[in-house]
Design a protein around this ligand. Structure first.
Ligand SMILES: C[S@@+](CC[C@H](N)C(=O)[O-])C[C@H]1O[C@@H](n2cnc3c(N)ncnc32)[C@H](O)[C@@H]1O
Length: 480
């Protein structure tokens, strides 16, 4: 029985949308407040003719020089090429994506008569639970960032923002616990994590048959065995995790090999391949030793570790040994037979576009290395709120492609408008799964699953990022 209902956020979620050609400029006002600083700076730079602070404006209004020293943040969408060793020429793409539907939740009593509220071993569940109402389509004031392995007694810097803590510290949840004289649960159920990550239920489980195939193929039609594979690019999927990024990019890419260090993730990848849910390919354990010289792939990429980039760390960038693993994407690309060296892709957190020196160096490194191989880098920063969830988990998707490369031109890039329309419903379930979200204990495999979800690239964000950035790659290419 519902005891209380979280209040729906009332602010307008529509920032304006330009759902047709991503390359067109427009002059919508930047949002006010701290978060709009980057946009303002870029707009100022554009008005001036585009140089970063401390430099003379020296470029056309279509782009600006972005230097290794300076304070300017990078735009959300853009293209970069090398200007000199220390500077890049950045072409920002002025567009704003609609923020779409939210999902309301309510808290239900622990003694609800609902049969699903009794666990498998017959024990009554102790804490009040969240429950989605079929009639609701929007998410409440609880903001979703990422799902992390476990919650602590005190919220940590990251913990305050992570999903489990936000649920746990929800006033509605705390009030309901008090009302029913119950101890609040602390650990998030992976099924809830999967739902809010836009993954099919059971995807991170290491059990066979955990995923409903019919629902899966409905959500990811490009994974169907009869889907048009001909227009896709074969890639080495590095840092594959449980395959979230590759699921999101499944319209465009198919892995000819996966590279992933975690035993648990490799088990998931293998199982989902055996079930026919992932493209079948060999799995290798370490990007540092992977050799692609016999591969038929036309590129390489992946979501490299974000610990040295995220603002939850001190952002050492390329000085962080985990961030340094990005170098292996280029190394592996170079080991591909020369005629196959055609495509690169990367993913990381939004801080990579930030103004901190270490971030600028990392970004510079990526552009220099990409351009050095004859590819132009295009990127799009996508928030969960652009794909159906009222949340601020932003990720940046980079694609490096040769201008006019037929394999890129053959990609069936979705019309942005229709993709945004599809995004108005979060996850294929269309409603919040009713199960215990928070519990006092965390079974061993739940811990593993939450760890995988903490690293996950939300497929819907990747799909939108690819649509925007590959759209730029194709429309930006000079005529042959
Ligand atoms: C940000 S996560 C990638 C998430 C993944 N793209 C997804 O969507 O689930 C980074 C991944 O890199 C993996 N990793 C870290 N070091 C590695 C290495 N040396 N070789 C292979 N994988 C590695 C981690 O285990 C982790 O799963």
């Amino acid at each position: 029985m519902p005891v209380s209902q979280t209040c729906a956020a009332t602010e307008s979620e529509t920032e304006g949308c330009q759902p047709t050609m991503p390359m067109k400029s427009h002059t919508s006002k930047p949002r006010s407040g701290k978060r709009s600083m980057g946009v303002k700076t870029v707009m100022k730079a554009l008005k001036k003719g585009g140089a970063s602070r401390g430099r003379k404006p020296n470029q056309s209004s279509k782009g600006f020089v972005w230097c290794a020293r300076g304070v300017q943040r990078l735009p959300k969408f853009g293209t970069a090429t090398v200007k000199s060793k220390q500077s890049l020429f950045v072409t920002p793409v002025r567009m704003e994506l609609t923020k779409v539907a939210k999902l309301n939740l309510k808290v239900v009593a622990p003694s609800s008569s609902c049969s699903r509220r009794v666990s498998k071993n017959g024990r009554k569940r102790k804490s009040p639970d969240f429950c989605g109402d079929r009639s609701f389509q929007s998410w409440s004031s609880i903001r979703v960032f990422s799902a992390t392995t476990r919650t602590s007694d005190k919220p940590s810097q990251r913990g305050i923002w992570d999903f489990a803590n936000q649920v746990r510290y929800s006033c509605d949840y705390i009030d309901a616990c008090k009302k029913f004289n119950q101890k609040p649960g602390r650990f998030l159920n992976p099924l809830a994590g999967e739902f809010f990550s836009g993954l099919p239920s059971g995807w991170t489980s290491a059990n066979a048959g955990a995923v409903n195939k019919e629902k899966f193929f409905k959500q990811f039609p490009d994974m169907q065995p009869n889907a048009n594979q001909g227009s896709k690019i074969g890639v080495i999927a590095m840092f594959a995790g449980c395959g979230g990024l590759e699921l999101g990019l499944s319209r465009y890419l198919y892995p000819t090999a996966y590279v992933e260090k975690s035993d648990y993730c490799r088990k998931i990848l293998q199982l989902r391949m055996d079930e026919g849910l992932l493209h079948r390919a060999e799995i290798h354990p370490d990007v540092c030793t992977f050799d692609a010289s016999k591969s038929s792939a036309d590129g390489a990429g992946g979501g490299f570790p974000c610990q040295g980039v995220s603002t939850a760390s001190i952002q050492k960038g390329l000085k962080d040994r985990r961030t340094q693993l990005v170098t292996h994407i280029f190394r592996v690309f170079d080991t591909l037979p020369s005629q196959h060296q055609r495509f690169l892709y990367f993913e990381n957190v939004k801080a990579i576009l930030g103004k901190k020196q270490s971030m600028r160096s990392l970004f510079n490194y990526i552009v220099q290395e990409t351009s050095g191989r004859g590819l132009t880098l295009h990127w799009a920063r996508i928030s969960l709120s652009n794909v159906g969830l009222a949340a601020h988990r932003d990720r940046v998707f980079f694609f490096g492609a040769k201008p006019n490369d037929p394999i890129v031109k053959a990609l069936r890039v979705e019309p942005l408008a229709s993709l945004l329309e599809k995004s108005s419903v979060w996850n294929e379930l269309n409603k919040v799964p009713q199960h215990l979200w928070l519990s006092e204990e965390q079974p061993c495999d739940h811990n593993e699953r939450m760890g995988v979800l903490g690293n996950l690239v939300v497929p819907a964000c990747a799909r939108l990022g690819a649509c925007v950035a590959l759209g730029m790659a194709i429309s930006n290419a000079p005529a042959p």
